[in-house]
Design a protein around this ligand. Structure first.
Ligand code: HEM
Length: 198
């Protein structure tokens, strides 16, 4: 996994859960560089520890982390990639070709997923995800964070999922303009994703 994703995880933990959680999760972990790639197992271990420290399910944490990564990490580091697209839909249509394609060329040890992204009507896109990492919960988070960056809202339906025995995860996404600009409210997202109790 690309060092950038490790750095983003650390930044996310600090911003969303505080310094104590970030230190607890990352204690003993090597300092990851954005110019290197690292074994996936290191990432899985940090994610597992993050779930324990925050008491969040893996899907909830990955989704929140996806929102943060798109809205903060990617948008801050690669403003030009966002500026050339006028909307979240236009941007998402460039994620596989050229963005992930460029990542694969620049760092052969990184293996971004080969997403099949296609237009879905005038406001939507469909995405097929088949990565063996099975980080499908990260994807809708990235889409929501991207939408938020453009002042839009993404309505996301997961039609098929590898975690439910399907051979691929398929998402249907529709974008709408938000009435005002602002970040994603993590507490609302958690309530939506958490199973009902009692
Ligand atoms: C400027 C924008 C983006 C950049 C620079 C970028 C780059 C990257 C990089 C470096 C990784 C780690 C790859 C690896 O280590 O193998 C990654 C992973 C990933 N990206 Fe992107 N990405 C961007 C936007 C997006 C968006 C908007 C989506 C959603 C449609 C997306 C979907 C994913 C997913 C699901 C992964 C997880 C890896 C896996 O499951 O195998 N990315 N991306």
């Amino acid at each position: 996994m690309h060092g950038l994703i490790f750095v983003s995880l650390r930044d996310y933990l600090l911003a969303a859960h505080g310094a104590a959680v970030e230190q607890e999760v990352c204690a003993g972990a090597p300092a990851h560089l954005v110019s290197e790639a690292y074994p996936d197992e290191q990432f899985d271990e940090l994610l597992e520890r993050a779930c324990e420290s925050t008491a969040h399910a893996r899907e909830v944490l990955l989704r929140e982390f996806g929102v943060f990564t798109a809205e903060q990490t990617f948008a801050r580091l690669y403003p030009d990639l966002f500026n050339v697209s006028p909307s979240a839909r236009a941007f998402v249509l460039t994620v596989e070709r050229p963005i992930h394609e460029l990542v694969r060329v620049a760092m052969p040890h990184a293996r971004p997923p080969e997403l099949a992204v296609s237009e879905l009507g005038e406001r939507g896109v469909s995405i097929v995800y088949t990565s063996p990492r099975r980080m499908c919960a990260f994807l809708p988070g990235l889409v929501e964070g991207t939408a938020s960056h453009y002042g839009e809202i993404a309505e996301i339906e997961e039609r098929t999922c590898m975690h439910r025995g399907d051979s691929e995860c398929t998402f249907e996404i529709r974008f709408e303009r938000k009435a005002f600009r602002g970040g994603v409210d993590f507490s609302v997202l958690r309530d939506e994703l958490s199973p009902p109790t009692g």
